[in-house]
Design a protein around this ligand. Structure first.
Ligand code: MLT
Length: 199
């Protein structure tokens, strides 16, 4: 069974897709969406992988050591579910703003780099590099991407973040990078920055 959340909001506004962090669920980022994109239609999909009871979008062997077979399989599943829900609720994926945090940010960027789906905007909070996706310079050329990074984040090494940025740049993404002195937590400053960037 697939777990999701839908709120119709104002259908004139771009739909928002929420992808949670490890251990979160489809309600985790609703408050955040209300802060940075209030009134927008919302869909949120729960990752179907369970790591000792913690929901995720793909398996990993350890922190930062990802199961790439699971990543591919679950990415295909997620793309299919996003398309199904968008059809069902009449949401335009080309206008969609994806907000992902940590594990959700990682899969959001991965599907837009590697799979057959195109979003308008992606807010990737505390994302990291998963695997180098061979890309053409066209893949993200119509996508605006906001990525946040905490300089003292023990989960996201600087090298990993830099590799992610290289991958996004070579895919032609229109990038905004928000660096802050914090860790892996969401901060007021990045939420404000994401809100400003969306305007
Ligand atoms: C997480 O804890 O979710 C990691 O930061 C990223 C991941 O495993 O995808």
């Amino acid at each position: 069974m697939m777990h999701y959340f839908f709120r119709s909001g104002n259908p004139e506004l771009a739909p928002v897709l929420l992808l949670h962090s490890t251990g979160g669920n489809e309600t985790e980022l609703i408050q955040l969406a209300d802060m940075i994109a209030s009134e927008h239609p919302i869909i949120a999909i729960r990752g179907r992988v369970s790591e000792q009871g913690y929901n995720r979008y793909f398996e990993r062997y350890a922190e930062g050591n990802f199961n790439l077979n699971s990543l591919e399989k679950e990415s295909d599943w997620l793309v299919k579910e996003i398309k199904n829900l968008s059809n069902q609720f009449n949401l335009d994926i080309f206008k969609m703003i994806v907000i992902g945090y940590s594990n959700g940010a990682n899969i959001a960027l991965h599907i837009s780099l590697a799979k057959n789906i195109k979003f308008a905007k992606i807010i990737a909070l505390h994302a990291m590099h998963l695997t180098s996706v061979p890309v053409t310079s066209e893949k993200l050329k119509d996508t605006k991407v906001f990525v946040s990074y905490g300089e003292n984040d023990p989960i996201v090494p600087k090298l990993s973040f830099n590799s992610l940025i290289e991958n996004l740049k070579s895919a032609g993404a229109n990038l905004e990078i928000h660096t802050q002195p914090g860790s892996h937590q969401l901060t007021r400053s990045e939420i404000n920055a994401a809100q400003q960037w969306l305007k």
